[in-house]
Design a protein around this ligand. Structure first.
Ligand SMILES: N[C@@H](CCC(=O)N[C@@H](CS)C(=O)NCC(=O)O)C(=O)O
Length: 212
């Protein structure tokens, strides 16, 4: 059985949970409370020296980084696939996913916020200004890109892809930081269609055993 170390409101963990539920892969949930800094404990450091979640263990296989985990799950259980079949759409899906995983998420991550507060001495107002700046920098071009494609049910095709696995958790983070999403009607429509699906419901932060 796959072991997943994660935290209910970690957006990187949320991506992986959606994939596990979509692909109906059973897993054991291990909660790592980031708020209580359990990821920095010696016990967790011995499991994942990067001191972050998600972290997946499948027998001898041990993987950090959500994108690598998603790739592993795709190889284990190819259907339903996380990638469009068409090469151009597949590249587009990865382009969007990477803009969320690599360009946006690191800028609203706990360790970055802690650094801004503790080392750069940002106050709450400066933290919020930082958040607003970086969320809009990525969400605005995504809205523009995805709104041009009005023929499909999801962002790029008629099936869920890696795009939605990355987008929905970042919209969740955006709301946590009170980002005004009113300009992103296409992104919100994709989100509401996804949230009708069982896999997304099961992966929601509030559906997790460690949710508070
Ligand atoms: N790029 C990594 C990000 C992993 C990551 O930073 N996870 C966050 C939670 S979303 C974490 O564990 N943060 C701990 C910290 O910031 O100290 C991935 O996609 O898996």
């Amino acid at each position: 059985m796959i072991q997943l170390y994660n935290y209910y409101r970690s957006s990187a963990s949320y991506r992986v949970r959606i994939a596990l539920h979509l692909k109906q892969i059973p897993f054991t949930y291990h909660a790592v409370n980031l708020r209580e800094a359990k990821h920095k404990s010696e016990a967790f450091k011995a499991i994942n020296s990067f001191q972050a979640v998600p972290y997946l263990i499948d027998g001898e296989v041990k993987i950090s980084q959500s994108l690598a985990i998603l790739d592993y799950l795709e190889s284990l259980q190819p259907e339903p696939t996380l990638y469009p079949k068409d090469p151009a759409l597949r590249a587009k899906a990865l382009e969007i996913a990477l803009s969320l995983i690599c360009d946006l998420h690191p800028l609203n991550n706990l360790k970055v916020l802690n650094y801004l507060r503790e080392n750069a001495k940002f106050n709450d107002e400066q933290i919020m200004a930082w958040m607003h700046h970086w969320f809009h920098k990525i969400l605005a071009p995504l809205e523009e890109m995805i709104s041009k494609n009005k023929q499909t049910r999801y962002a790029l095709t008629n099936s869920v892809s890696i795009v939605e696995l990355c987008l929905i958790p970042q919209l969740y983070n955006a709301r946590r930081f009170e980002i005004d999403l009113s300009k992103y009607s296409t992104l919100k429509t994709v989100e509401s269609i996804c949230l009708e699906l069982d896999a997304f419901q099961k992966a929601l932060p509030e559906s997790q055993p460690d949710y508070v």
